[in-house]
Design a protein around this ligand. Sequence first.
Ligand code: FAD
Length: 405
Amino acid sequence: MTATARINGIGADSTFSVESYREQMVAVCAALETALISNDFTGFYRLFRSSNLPFMPAAYQTDATGLFRLCFELLHRLGGISPAIALAIENHFYVTSAIATFPTANDPAMDRRRDALVDSICDQRMLVANTNSKVHGGKLGDIGTHARREEHGFRINGKAAYTSLATQGDLLVFLTEIRDEGYAFFAIANMQGNPAVEIGPYLFPSAMRDSDTRQIVFHDLVVPHESLLAGGKNQDVSQLVSFEMAWHQLLIPALYLGAAARAIEEVRKFLCATQGRDNRPLAELDGMIIDVGRLAIDYRGACSIVWQAGNALGEVKSLPRDAHLLEKAVDLAGTAKYIGTKCSEAVVTAARRIVGARSFAGGHPIERLSQEVMFATLGPEVSAVIERRAGRQVLQQRPFLGACW
Ligand SMILES: Cc1cc2nc3c(=O)[nH]c(=O)nc-3n(C[C@H](O)[C@H](O)[C@H](O)COP(=O)(O)OP(=O)(O)OC[C@H]3O[C@@H](n4cnc5c(N)ncnc54)[C@H](O)[C@@H]3O)c2cc1C
C-alpha cells in the first residue's frame, strides 16, 4: 500500500482530516511555547514527529494547492511563536512537499524513486534536512561538495555551509554535482551518527540558534545508486530544482508573516491594555488606529501575493507540458518571498516601536520575533537575484503595459 493510500486509510476512520490536522497544530504550537520556556525542544520534536503533520505531503501528492494551504497555516502559527524553529520545520516541508507533488509525466523511474522516498519518510516517521551545498567562499554560488560515480554507487566529499534541522533530521536530501555529469539530488537516511557525515557547530550561535543550522562535512561518504533521486543535465532535473525552489520561496514568507501577525497581536494587546495620561486606552488614539491599520493592510497585501503564488504552483499539473506555468509560478514565488519577507521585517520593527521598551522586558514575544525576523529576507534567493529577474523581464522588447504583471 502506498503512503498516500495508507494515510487516506487513516482518514477513513475520521481521525485524519483537515480538522484533525488543525487540532494537532494547536497541540504542537502549545508544546513549542512550553519548549521555549525551558529551552528544551525534545518534547516538541517528539510530539511533532508522532503527529501526522510532518507527513501531510504524502496525503496531498496530487493537490499541491491544498498542501500549500495547510503548510502555510502550520508554519504561520509556528512562526508567530519562534521563527527559528519554524524555519527548521519549513526545511522539512519544502523538500518533502516538492518531492511529493512534483508533477513529472515523462520519467517513470524518477516517479518510482520519489514515491519510494515519500513512503519511507512516512513509514519511518522521518524529518528531512537539506543542503544546497553552498559554501561561504571567495566566489558567490560556490558549491562545496562533489560526488564521484563508482562501480557500486557514489563517493561524496566536501563541505556545505548551511543545513537547518541538522541534529533533528533523519533523512538528508542534498544537491551536489556529479563530476562531468551535472547537478544531482541525493537522499541519505542515516545522517545522524554516521562517521562519514560530520555535523558541525551552530552557524548562527546566537540569534537563529534554534533553527539548528550547521555546517556539514562529508568524509568519503559512499552511497548506493538508489540514493540518487535525480541527476544529470536534463530537463527533469532543472524543473525539479525550480519546482523545489518555488516551494521554498512560498513557505519562507509563510512563517515570517506569522511573526508579523503575532507582532500585530502584541500591539493590539498593548494598546487595549494601556492608558494614556488622559486615562483613555491608547487604542482610542486616532493616530494609533491609523498606524495599526497600515500594518494590517501591509500584512494582508503580503499574504495575498503569497497565496496567489501558492495557487499558481498548484496549476502546474504535468511537466514538461506545463513548463510555462512553472516559469510563472517560480516568478510569482520570488515576488512573494521578496514582498512577504520585507513586509514581515517592517511590521515587526513598527510593532516594536509602538510597544516600546516593554518589547525587551520579561521575555516579551516581540524580543524573539525582532531578533529572528531579520533573517527573513536573507534567503533562499537573495533580493538582488529576484530584482534582476524582474528588471530583465520589464526591459524586454515588449511594452510593459501589455505584460501580465
Ligand atoms: C537561517 C538560515 C538557514 C538556512 N538553512 C539552509 C538549509 O537548511 N539548507 C540550505 O541549503 N541552505 C540554507 N540556508 C541558505 C539559504 O538557502 C541561502 O542560500 C542563503 O540565505 C543565501 O544567502 P547568502 O548570504 O549565503 O548568499 P550569497 O549568495 O553568499 O550572497 C551574499 C550577498 O552577496 C550579494 N549577492 C549575492 N548574489 C548576488 C547577485 N546575483 N547579484 C548581486 N548581488 C548578489 C547580496 O548582497 C547578498 O546578500 C539558510 C540560510 C539562513 C539565513
